[in-house]
Design a protein around this ligand. Structure first.
Ligand code: GAL
Length: 669
């Protein structure tokens, strides 16, 4: 026996130095499953892209993130210690407050307490030798996400055996899967069934139709003043006389003919269905320029998205002059001698750009702020509102996103009157120009904007802060829209922010959205049920097959564009399962059955993570009584465009984790 022990000790003595422990640095791991409440996690930088810095102490190595942030790692007992230095980044302001947690198999191993700006960095060094799953969490410390720029500096795991750190991420890997069948080759007319225009204002509408080309178009009963280009399907002109005109649209090709009723409403209300299009922010942010905008328009045509009703090409922030900029492309005189706003050199010829877009049958949007500067510090409209409205109209813009930003420094208090004022001023200015400009209010939901956005002429208003491509952000925003439905309708829509699908990244470098395929189906289904404006935030010129496929489902898009304009209500919300239902003009209901999982209701730190093997599917039952109907009803799967049969009293289906089954329910007479 003694001899045996001696042999073992001797062997250990010889071999121990050769069993190398390995360091797995957090910034070298696959971070695609790290969630972040705003923007995307940054490697070796703060969330805003600056040097990592906590109370003046600088770090070269680490991850800059934003509450609420989660990251779950599969350690499987193969790591010894986790160490890091954490704190709120110096770039945050006083509003920021976060709390860091390290959890091992649901137990809290380390907790920072609330940390604010200027608090000295805290050192973490914990034993994780028995841990199977390690959870890294940053919460908002209970007071909301504002300025929660949280840094995990010098963060690393000491591994007890050699493992490939890339395999540590406990992420749900699922491959994109295509649900939308290809569009038929016979003509099919898609898109809005109603369209509003003001008397004597320029009219532009492109008949959205799929099917084999060449295709010819016709329209019966077009009001006087409008004409149709039979080759392109583009209708232009001006109608002087108010009224509702019932038009028949016709599309023909070698395989057949499609007809569709279309109502042109000439009056005071525009934007009768939620706008559908593209916006530059989620992909390019400050890296936007005229060529990228043109490329988006080209792609809208080339991919065929225009044939499904996608229309707007919207420039977001960063087209104006940036006072104090050292970059020759963005510096210069903010306004000309007459006080008219100038574009920067990245947009050398705005009228040529708007013309380019209009000639393709598309529309174009622009962005500004009621404050002196936009959110990215470019010149904005303060005290030049009328001139700017005129400039936007003269340049040929069809849409204005008007973002609060630096108006925060002008606003004297937080009363309703103060919130409304700048938006009313711009609305009055827009009313004086002879062009229809869709008016998009962006002020992140302050003062319950949904209650008064319509009164100040808003056609849509953002109900939330900025979205990003994480489940926490998208689902947090989307599923929190319950209760807003009574404020939405034709001409005035709730806006839960833009779509985070495809290649996004807030420019110049982009990455594929971090939403799983099921999460993306949830995103689009929910936004359509919510009658949300649908603004694609990706680089359209590099759109992948999967993204293009789900943005081309006409039955799903028809839910968003339904002429009744009734936003869905949540009719069921239990145990991580939700059902949302929306009344449709044809008497049917569009219904989304969502399996969100329970983590969105997290109260304890451990609840932010899915520790157990995730159930891939859950059964959800929709009852007729929840829908306010009785007896038999037909069910059609809208993503698959397939009838599922006739059901009595209830319908049960299996829904993937973080996914959706979107159906149309038609009561049988
Ligand atoms: C934010 C706005 C974003 C984007 C950005 C531009 O305030 O919510 O959607 O427009 O400003 O700086």
């Amino acid at each position: 026996m003694k001899k045996n022990i001696f042999t073992v000790l001797l062997a250990l003595f010889f071999y121990l130095p050769f069993i190398k422990s390995q360091t797995a640095w957090l910034d070298k791991l696959n971070l695609s499953s790290m969630t972040c409440g705003w923007s995307t996690p940054q490697v070796d930088k703060s969330i805003d892209g600056n040097e990592l810095s906590i109370a003046g102490e600088k770090f070269n190595n680490g991850i800059g993130t934003h509450s609420i942030s989660t990251f779950l790692l599969n350690i499987d007992g193969k790591a010894k210690r986790f160490s890091a230095v954490v704190g709120l980044d110096d770039e945050a302001n006083k509003q920021g407050s976060v709390e860091f947690y390290v959890l091992g198999d649901k137990k809290i191993l380390w907790q920072s307490g609330v940390m604010r700006k200027g608090d000295l960095a805290k050192i973490i060094d914990v034993d994780i030798s028995k841990v199977k799953k390690l959870g890294l969490l940053v919460t908002d410390a209970g007071d909301g996400l504002d300025y929660d720029h949280a840094d995990w500096c010098n963060a690393k795991l000491e591994m007890s055996s050699k493992v490939d750190p890339k395999t540590l991420t406990a992420q749900i890997i699922s491959k994109p899967y295509i649900l939308t069948p290809p569009s038929p080759l016979k003509p099919q007319i898609n898109g809005a069934k109603v369209f509003g225009v003001r008397p004597s204002h320029p009219f532009l509408y492109t008949i959205a139709a799929t099917g084999k080309r060449p295709m010819t178009f016709a329209a019966e009963n077009l009001p006087e003043g409008l004409s149709l280009d039979s080759k392109t399907g583009i209708i232009t002109g001006k109608v002087d006389k108010k009224g509702n005109y019932e038009v028949k649209l016709i599309a023909k090709n070698s395989l057949g003919k499609a007809e569709s009723n279309f109502k042109i409403s000439v009056g005071s209300t525009i934007c009768l269905t939620p706008p559908m299009g593209w916006n530059s922010w989620n992909c390019w942010a400050e890296a936007v320029d005229a060529d990228k905008v043109k490329a988006a328009a080209d792609a809208m045509i080339k991919t065929g998205l225009i044939n499904h009703g996608w229309t707007y090409i919207n420039i977001d922030d960063c087209w104006a002059i940036k006072p104090g900029s050292k970059d020759s492309l963005t510096s210069g005189l903010p306004r000309n001698k007459e006080g008219m706003i100038n574009a920067n050199k990245k947009f050398p010829d705005m009228p040529a750009l708007t013309n380019y877009i209009h000639n393709k049958g598309l529309k174009i949007g622009i962005y500004s702020s009621p404050g002196p500067l936009t959110c990215a510090d470019y010149t904005a409209c303060y005290q030049h509102e009328q001139q700017d409205a005129e400039r936007f109209a003269e340049w040929g813009f069809d849409y204005l996103k008007y973002d609060w930003c630096s108006y925060g420094n002008i606003a004297k208090d937080k009363t309703l009157e103060t919130y409304e004022k700048p938006y009313q001023v711009m609305q009055d200015a827009l009313n004086k120009v002879d062009r229809d400009i869709v008016y998009s209010l962006c002020q992140y939901g302050m003062g319950d904007v949904w209650k008064w956005g319509n009164d100040v002429g808003g056609n849509l208003w953002r109900t939330t802060g900025d979205i990003n491509d994480s489940w926490t952000s998208m689902s947090g925003i989307g599923f929190n829209q319950a209760g807003h439905e009574k404020y939405s309708g034709p001409g005035h829509w709730n806006d839960p922010d833009m779509l985070v699908v495809g290649l996004v990244g807030w420019g110049p470098s982009l990455h594929p959205t971090r939403l799983t395929p099921d999460e993306q189906y949830t995103h689009i289904s929910l936004w359509c049920l919510l009658d949300a404006p649908l603004l694609i935030g990706c680089d359209l010129s590099r759109i992948d097959k999967f993204t293009l496929n789900f943005l081309s489902n006409d039955e799903v898009l028809a839910v968003d564009q339904d002429p009744l304009g009734k936003q869905a209500s949540r009719i069921y919300n239990e145990d991580g399962k939700q059902i949302w239902a929306k009344e449709m003009a044809d008497g049917s209901k569009a219904v989304g059955l969502f399996y969100t999982g329970v983590e969105s209701k997290a109260k304890d730190p451990a609840d932010y993570f899915n520790w157990n093997k995730i159930p891939t599917k859950e059964k959800i039952t929709l009852t007729a009584s929840e829908l306010g109907i009785s007896g038999k009803f037909k069910v059609r799967d809208l993503w698959r465009q397939k009838d599922l049969g006739t059901f009595t009293d209830k319908f049960t289906t299996k829904v993937p984790y973080h996914g959706v089954v979107l159906v149309k329910v038609t009561p049988e007479k």
